[in-house]
Ligand binder design. Structure first.
Ligand SMILES: NC(=O)c1ccc[n+]([C@@H]2O[C@H](COP(=O)([O-])OP(=O)(O)OC[C@H]3O[C@@H](n4cnc5c(N)ncnc54)[C@H](O)[C@@H]3O)[C@@H](O)[C@H]2O)c1
Length: 327
C-alpha cells in the first residue's frame, strides 16, 4: 500500500488480503483526512483518559465467547489498528475465533467494515472504529469506542503502518515522506499506548503487541530509511514501556516480521528488481503469510506468553539467522 499526505490527501491501495499478485484487484480509495472521524469524537484538547471515565471493567469478563470450547482469548477485548487489511485483518479473524471481541480500527472505513463483516460471518464479534493513528483526538476516541462498546480493553495490537514507495535512501527520501512515515508508524504506536495504557490498567491489565519489522534489527538491502527508523523506534519504545508497566499487569512485546504477503508488500513487489533484492535473502525461499504472523501475534496477545515482556519476537523465515541463503 502507499500513502501520501499532500494537502491532507490520503491514497491507499485496498487489496483483498488473500489475493495473489495476479488475482489482486486494486481499488484506490481517496480519503480526505477530515472524513476519518472518530465515532465518539469529543471537543477540547486531547488528554490521557482516567479510570473513572469508563464503565466497570469486569463487564468484559461476563462475555461467554463465540464457541463452546475454551478459546485463548475468551472474555478478552482486543483492539487492532490497521485491521482493515493484511496482517491486521488476519489477526482480527484469528483472535475472534479464539473468543475475543475485536475492535477493528482503520483509516479506511470500507476495509474495516469488510473485516467486521468477515468476523461476524464466521460467528465472531467485532465492531469498527475509524481512526488515523497519527491523530491524538481520534486515537483517544478509538480507545473510548472499545471501552464503551465492550466495557474493557485487554489487548492492544498496534499494527497500522505504511511504507510509501518514495521512502528510499537518506539522500533521496522526501522530507514529507519521512515525516508522514514517522507520524503513522512511530507516533501512531506512541498514541495508541498513551490512550491504551490507562484503559488496560482500568481493565485489570493486559498485553500490548507493537508491530516493528526485521529491518529494525538489520540493514535492508533496499533502503527505506524512514520506515526503518520508525520501526527501530517502535522496538525501543516497546522495551521502555514494558519495563515501566511490568509490575502493573501490562506486558508489552514487539513483533518483527520479515516480508509478509500482504497488500503493503505486494504493492512493492511489482518492481522486479526490488522483489529480487528482497526475496533472495529469505532462507525459506518465500514470503510469509498474514495468518502466520497472526498466530505469532496471538501468542503475544494471550496468556501463553505470560512471562514475556519487553521481548522481540522475530518471524522472518530465517532472514536474521542467515549469513548466506541456501542458493
Ligand atoms: N507486509 C510486510 O512484509 C511487513 C513486514 C514487516 C512489518 N510489517 C508491518 O506490519 C504492519 C501491517 O502491515 P501489512 O503488511 O498488513 O499492511 P497493509 O497495508 O496490508 O495493511 C495496513 C492497514 O493499516 C491501515 N492504515 C494505514 N495507515 C493508517 C493510519 N494512519 N491509521 C489507521 N490505519 C491505517 C490501512 O488502511 C490498512 O488497512 C505494518 O506496521 C507494517 O509496517 C509489514
Amino acid at each position: 500500500m502507499s500513502e501520501t499526505s499532500v494537502g491532507r490527501r490520503v491514497e491507499v491501495a485496498n487489496l483483498a488480503p488473500t489475493s495473489s499478485p495476479k488475482q489482486r484487484v486494486r481499488s484506490e480509495i481517496v480519503t480526505d483526512a477530515n472524513s476519518v472521524r472518530p465515532l465518539a469524537a469529543r471537543g477540547g484538547a486531547a488528554h490521557v483518559p482516567t479510570r473513572s471515565r469508563w464503565s466497570h471493567p469486569t463487564r468484559a469478563r461476563q462475555h461467554t465467547g463465540m464457541t463452546n470450547r475454551a478459546g485463548r482469548l475468551d472474555a478478552k477485548v482486543v483492539l487492532i489498528t490497521g485491521a482493515g487489511n493484511g496482517m491486521g485483518r488476519a489477526a482480527a479473524l484469528l483472535f475472534a475465533s479464539e473468543g475475543a471481541r475485536v475492535v477493528v480500527a482503520d483509516a479506511i472505513e470500507a476495509a474495516g467494515v469488510a473485516t467486521v463483516d468477515a468476523v461476524r460471518a464466521a460467528g465472531g464479534e467485532a465492531t469498527f472504529v475509524a481512526v488515523d493513528v497519527s491523530n491524538a483526538e481520534q486515537v483517544e476516541a478509538m480507545v473510548d469506542h472499545a471501552m464503551t462498546s465492550y466495557g474493557g480493553l485487554h489487548v492492544l495490537y498496534n499494527n497500522a503502518g505504511i511504507l510509501p514507495p518514495d521512502d528510499a535512501g537518506v539522500v533521496d527520501t522526501p522530507e514529507a515522506t519521512w515525516d508522514r512515515v514517522l507520524e503513522v508508524n512511530l507516533k501512531g504506536v506512541f498514541l495508541g499506548c498513551r490512550y491504551g495504557v490507562p484503559a488496560l490498567l482500568a481493565s485489570g491489565g493486559g498485553s500490548i503487541v507493537n508491530v516493528s519489522s526485521v529491518v529494525a534489527l538489520m540493514g535492508s538491502a533496499v533502503p527505506q530509511i524512514a520506515y526503518t527508523a520508525s520501526k527501530g523506534g517502535v522496538l525501543a519504545l516497546t522495551r521502555e514501556l514494558a519495563v515501566e508497566y511490568a509490575r502493573q499487569g501490562i506486558r508489552a512485546n514487539a513483533l518483527c516480521p520479515g516480508p509478509i504477503e500482504t497488500p503493503l508488500l505486494m504493492e512493492l513487489l511489482q518492481d522486479p528488481e526490488w522483489a529480487r533484492r528482497r526475496l533472495v535473502h529469505i532462507p525459506m525461499g518465500r514470503p510469509g503469510q498474514a495468518e502466520e504472523l497472526a498466530r505469532a501475534a496471538l501468542f503475544l496477545a494471550s496468556d501463553d506468553s505470560s512471562f514475556m515482556t519487553g521481548s522481540t519476537l522475530v518471524v522472518d523465515g530465517g532472514i536474521s539467522a542467515a549469513y548466506v541463503t541456501p542458493e
